[in-house]
Write a protein of this length. Structure first.
Length: 338
């Protein structure tokens, strides 16, 4: 092989090797830029500094970054890995007329990332501060991360992030504080006031009458039942006098009762003619007056002048008779229901 052929082959190899080297240098650089932009979403801001769309919020980690009030920008901040923020000499000379308007960003201050620029030997971050309140005007700055010529194309994302993190950290949203209030407090005990009448919310003809002597009468589905009740906290227990009827329970909820089947019984309000808090005149009151030896005329007059709520079922009439109530008084009681 002649020297001419050897020279041509060697030159061709160098050209190929150079091209291959160039491709190797371009691919990581392009990939690095794409990764960096994906990890640092940009914030869109208007010319007057108004944020149009929020992106990455950075936290200043180093002193020495100069900034100008928006819409101006101080572009002379430079940083080399392992050093401190410095001002590029020629840039600072060109922007010297604006020097008096600059202010330094404080460590811990927050800023939006508004632009990223990739160059052969540097990466530029452009930022605008996040105002602490509506009256604080934002300022802008550019920081140039400078490297040896061609070094950017060979860097990986971890190396680049380590360099940027020395100047700008990414704000990490704090985890929400979940207060531990402990177990919920027990439901307040609602005192049950008697005598009282509760009407079924499903059927207005059904009702429960609770009496002051802890007896009750239940009218349901055309039948009348009797028994005694007991209250334990917000629980109402009903024990029936009739055989083969199991004990029933209900929960006191404000002015309502909810029985074990889920049926709601609503407290019946006193009529407009009854004075607030006035007690209803009931069977037990008649029995007390009769046992006290009061004259029938007095008892009948009391019935006529009172708001009455009598249970005149057959069983109730029998108990009234056994309690010493006369036939005349029983007739007066039956007349109130007409």
């Amino acid at each position: 092989m002649s020297r001419t052929r050897i020279s041509i082959a060697f030159i061709s190899f160098l050209a190929f090797a150079g091209a291959l080297s160039l491709l190797r240098g371009q691919t990581p650089g392009a990939g690095l830029e794409q990764q960096l932009r994906s990890q640092y979403p940009l914030t869109a801001v208007g010319a007057n500094g108004v944020v149009v769309r929020e992106g990455t919020v950075l936290v200043v980690q180093q002193d020495g970054i100069n900034a100008l009030p928006a819409p101006a920008e101080w572009p002379c901040n430079s940083y080399k890995p392992g050093s401190r923020i410095k001002q590029s000499t020629m840039c600072a000379v060109n922007y010297s007329p604006s020097k008096d308007q600059t202010r330094l960003l404080q460590v811990g201050e927050k800023a939006y990332l508004t632009a990223i620029q990739f160059k052969t030997s540097e990466v530029v971050f452009r930022v605008q501060t996040c105002p602490g309140d509506s009256n604080e005007a934002p300022v802008r700055a550019a920081v140039s991360f400078q490297f040896q010529k061609g070094f950017v194309a060979s860097m990986d994302i971890k190396q680049m992030r380590n360099t940027i993190d020395a100047v700008f950290g990414i704000e990490t949203p704090s985890a929400p504080v979940i207060a531990d209030f402990g177990p919920p407090p027990p439901a307040p005990v609602v005192p049950l006031k008697v005598p009282a009448t509760y009407v079924s919310a499903q059927n207005q003809t059904d009702q429960i009458q609770l009496n002051g002597d802890n007896s009750f009468s239940l009218q349901e589905a055309g039948q009348v039942y009797h028994g005694t009740f007991a209250v334990n906290g917000n629980n109402l227990g009903l024990s029936f006098s009739e055989p083969n009827i199991p004990k029933s329970t209900a929960t006191v909820q404000g002015n309502n009762l909810t029985d074990s089947s889920g049926q709601t019984w609503v407290l019946r309000a006193s009529s407009a003619g009854t004075a607030p808090g006035a007690a209803m005149f009931q069977n037990e009151d008649v029995i007390k007056m009769a046992k006290a030896g009061l004259d029938d005329a007095i008892i009948i007059a009391k019935i006529g002048g009172s708001k009455c709520q009598f249970d005149t079922s057959p069983d109730a009439l029998i108990r009234l008779k056994q309690g010493g109530v006369s036939a005349a008084v029983l007739k007066a009681m039956l007349a109130t229901g007409k």
